[in-house]
Design a protein around this ligand. Structure first.
Ligand code: SF4
Length: 322
């Protein structure tokens, strides 16, 4: 498969201002030197605990947040160099589905205005033509045609997420960041939305970066997984090989915390002790060393690099599990 997106040493730091004279109080190292690539048509899962930087990474790739440094190459172009018209045209190619379908839809706009807004902004369609296109999109996402004149509050959570998906695919993007698209929904509805995401991927050849904390969803629909902790990638692997044989202790802890059935596996349960450290003050050496059951002296001093472990697996650990 051809590469669609490549991220090189991406960093996003947020300075924290405060105090009497607005002096800097510190820096949040939200994304701290992340590199990976995604092939066209792939679904890559991005997992990790809350506060690990996965949502910031997703938004930075889309330039909804400007990065501190690094490179983002999309379809061969360094998108951080794009401005004006070129940047607007990039926006058609890269879209986002938000976590909370309640909060992400403007309650004062009708479904036609929400889904059709992009057609107006990009000068693609107005009036009858826009209405026709919105009705087509509603049909694709499984909403009735008469939803077009209704407001978000008139829909259930699952239906609102369908509206959010219709909005995301309106301009036929090639890449979508889906940021926890299921976590606000009931389990029964989640399955329907997963099916819809898979259907539109096939129909429109969409590439997904799926941000989630739900490893069962990851196992079901992704082909590769990136595991993040404190702004850094800990492990990156084809999905099945990660579930059959992780190499990083953090992945081991994440997997042991959820009931993901692995045939023949006698996994021990590892309790992650303590809170994730503050991203304002990440630990030296391996950022995971304060919670890692395998940590040794070297881990406290020397940062492990993300190294290949065979079979497309990369992990950042001095003492990999396998
Ligand atoms: Fe644990 Fe050391 Fe590996 Fe970090 S480098 S994950 S602390 S064993």
């Amino acid at each position: 498969m051809a590469e669609l997106l490549r991220v090189e040493d991406l960093k996003k730091f947020f300075p924290i201002k405060g105090g009497l004279f607005g002096k800097g109080k510190g820096i949040v190292y939200a994304v701290n030197g992340v590199s990976f690539s995604i092939d066209r048509g792939e679904t890559v899962g991005l997992v990790g605990e809350s506060g690990c930087g996965k949502s910031t990474l997703g938004r930075t790739i889309l330039r909804l947040i400007e990065p501190t440094s690094g490179r983002i190459i999309f379809e061969g172009k360094d998108i951080l160099q794009l401005k004006g018209k070129e940047l607007r045209s990039l926006r058609k190619e890269m879209q986002i589905i938000f976590q909370d379908p309640y909060a992400s839809l403007n309650p004062r706009m009708t479904v036609e205005e929400i889904v059709g807004e992009a057609f107006t902004i990009h000068g693609i369609a107005r009036g009858r033509e826009r209405e026709k296109r919105v009705r087509e999109l509603l049909d694709i996402v499984g909403l009735p045609s008469d939803a077009i004149n209704r407001y978000p509050h008139e829909f259930s959570g699952g239906q609102r997420q369908r509206i959010g998906i219709a909005r995301a695919i309106a301009l036929r993007p090639s890449f979508i960041v889906a940021d926890e698209p299921l976590s606000a929904l009931d389990v029964s509805i989640q399955a329907q939305i997963i099916k819809l995401l898979e259907e539109i991927q096939k129909e429109f050849n969409i590439t997904y970066l799926l941000i989630t904390h739900d490893l069962r969803v990851v196992r079901h629909i992704t082909s590769r997984v990136i595991v993040m902790y404190l702004g850094k990638i800990m492990e990156m692997a084809p999905t099945e090989s990660l579930f059959q044989g992780f190499t990083h202790p953090y992945t081991e802890a994440l997997l042991s915390a959820v009931p993901v059935p692995v045939p023949g596996s006698k996994r021990k349960r590892i309790i992650l002790r303590g809170e994730i450290p503050s991203p304002m003050n990440p630990p030296p050496g391996c950022v995971f060393h304060t919670r890692c059951i395998y940590a040794q002296e070297r881990c406290r001093k020397e940062e492990p690099q993300l190294l290949p472990r065979g079979g497309g697996v990369l992990s950042a650990c001095h003492f990999p599990v396998r």
